[in-house]
Unconditional design. Structure first.
Length: 302
């Protein structure tokens, strides 16, 4: 009863749970913008949000009973849904309301659905339209639901636009962006464009390209997932598949408030993002490069 009294006498408090193995969320511009948008919407209600980092999936699961018992958290935000994910069900058993960001749906949980598939189709179509015949991708961790959705859409889009490509897996960190880019550019078949699953890897990939003595976009076009200050300030500025993450945070906050009020199965679909073209993408072959478009059939050697 004490917990109930404490919970009802204070403004709502929402917790965003992230795991360190799923990316450097503390420094990722995505989460910075997401939290900023959430706070703008929550502040007038006196509500607050905090991001809690966990070293493992199990540590996160073990924390939920403590949150439920203490009344510290009124609604949990689950991000980075993954294979065999029991977090939403565990919260439901404990009586903790849940909002899932990015899918998939779960009985008894609210959902803010992001169109990863449509955005990936848009990315491949855009690059194919510039004449790129081999489009590589540096993905996020393969066990994540949104990575799988993007991967399926990527393969389908390559086929539908008659271009070739291949993916290598990163972990959203700058280190993996640099390393995977170097691997791609030392492979037997080198792409003319690369899509990165987040802006941190893209910025690091751009630096790796420069270190190798190549020029963007003359020798390689780069397209990042999500925007950020580093994408806009890089040389050249990086083209992006842009979802308004600040607005996503506002939408998420609204769903949190509705869920807190009792609408525990609220579902909101976020509009697909858009391509923002900057200096890192260009038609292939780039003007004055003297290069010819590669033969997609060569990707059999990858």
């Amino acid at each position: 009863m004490d917990n109930v009294a404490t919970q009802s006498s204070r403004p709502p408090r929402f917790g965003v749970a992230v795991q360190s193995r799923n990316g450097p969320h503390g420094t990722d511009p995505f989460f910075e913008d997401l939290l900023a948008g959430m706070e703008e919407t929550l502040d007038p209600h006196g509500a607050s949000v905090f991001l809690r980092r966990f070293s493992s999936y199990q540590q996160e699961l073990d924390t939920y009973p403590l949150w439920a018992e203490s009344g510290e958290v009124d609604v949990v935000v689950i991000v980075d849904s993954q294979e065999a994910d029991d977090r939403a069900e565990r919260c439901r058993q404990l009586g903790l309301p849940v909002v899932i960001l990015g899918g998939p749906r779960h009985e008894g949980a609210s959902l803010v659905d992001v169109d990863n598939s449509g955005a990936m189709e848009m990315a491949v179509k855009y690059l194919a339209g510039l004449g790129h015949a081999i489009i590589a991708r540096v993905s996020g961790p393969g066990h994540l639901h949104h990575t799988k959705a993007r991967s399926i859409a990527y393969e389908q889009a390559l086929a539908s636009h008659s271009v070739a490509g291949y993916s290598v897996e990163g972990d959203y960190s700058a280190e993996s962006g640099s390393q995977r880019t170097r691997e791609i550019l030392s492979a037997h078949v080198i792409p003319t464009a690369v899509v990165y699953d987040n802006s941190v890897m893209a910025v690091a990939g751009l630096a790796a390209v420069h270190d190798l003595g190549l020029v963007v976009p003359r020798d390689l076009s780069i397209l990042a997932w999500d925007d950020g200050p580093d994408c806009r300030l890089s040389t050249p500025p990086i083209s992006v598949v842009s979802l308004d993450v600040y607005e996503l945070g506002r939408i998420l906050a609204e769903v949190l408030m509705r869920t807190f009020a009792g609408a525990v199965q609220t579902v909101v679909h976020v509009p697909t993002g858009q391509i923002i073209q900057r200096g890192s993408t260009a038609k292939w072959p780039s003007a004055g490069s003297g290069q010819s478009p590669p033969d997609p059939a060569l990707t059999s050697a990858v």
